[in-house]
Design a protein around this ligand. Sequence first.
Ligand code: UDP
Length: 338
Amino acid sequence: MMEAEFNMGKILVLGGAGYIGSHTVYELLDKGYGVVVADNLETGHRQAVHPDAKLYIGDIRNREFVDGVFEKEEIDAVVHFAAYSLVGESMTDPLKYYGNNVGGTQVLLASMAAHGIDKIVFSSTAAAYGEPKRTPILETDPTEPTNTYGATKLAMEQMFKWTELAHGIRYTSLRYFNACGAHPSGEIGEDHRPETHLIPIVLQAANGTRPSISVFGTDYDTKDGTCVRDYIHVCDLAQAHAQAVRYLMDGGKSDIFNLGNGVGFTVREIINAAEGVVGHNIPTVFAERRAGDPAVLVASSDKAKSVLGWKPQYADIHAILETAWKWHRTHPKGFSEN
Ligand code: UDP
């Protein structure tokens, strides 16, 4: 596709080879934006980058690399996913998380300020809240992260706030709950190494790539004793990023938005629903609680709906699991096969 055909603007997606980033690239292209991806391919996959997006391979901690992208491309807005995101690892190696997530964002913002780029959509997390005081969680609720990953994302949000005052860079910060599912085309999906998330692990137990799913804790104060989470389809997250880009381009003010379905499912309910989708039993074992897991995390996303005009398309957990199953069934080794 010729660059001249893009009339919506050109968007730089940092971390566009990752799970949510790659789905957002598909969505932005679909909406008519030109898309440039920058990714160091440390956790992302080259095959996940849409062929119509131009890929720069490099690290946002490298100021020359970031400056080079802004000098070669006329970027209208940035969407920023480039960060480490494993909660467990963030506790054993916190400085790795501060170095990349906080340090990388500092380099990025300095380069944006130097090149007069003044809009950024930021990938934040429900982990910014920590143990919630109430359900559903509102954006105004206290932010007391219980792990380093959440703490670095909150620090990045705060960096945006102060940088806007000095350099006029407007931002939207999107705090996702549990991202899941895959692109309905079956071309891209979730492939974390190592995989730690519930739905891909359940489906890998279903397709035989792992022996079983371990349920972490059956003694929580919930309806069946297992943790409750708010599962939101990755394409709905992608749509929210495109809406947030539009919002900033239309002059919207900096703000923070939750993104979730507003409905909670227990771990047992997810496994039962997945058994319905795959059509057979999934080997399940019961294990101890995982450290740092709150019992219930459910979002209120009314603000994203009213301010950004976000309209999530996947309310039904079966429909969400079907898209994930299409990906895992056809790509049992993730992107390695392609
Ligand atoms: N979980 C589980 N077994 C696994 C992975 C996750 O029981 O192998 C549980 C986990 O304790 C949590 C829920 O599934 O209650 C969702 O976990 P995930 O890691 O997918 O997302 P998180 O909520 O930690 O962001």
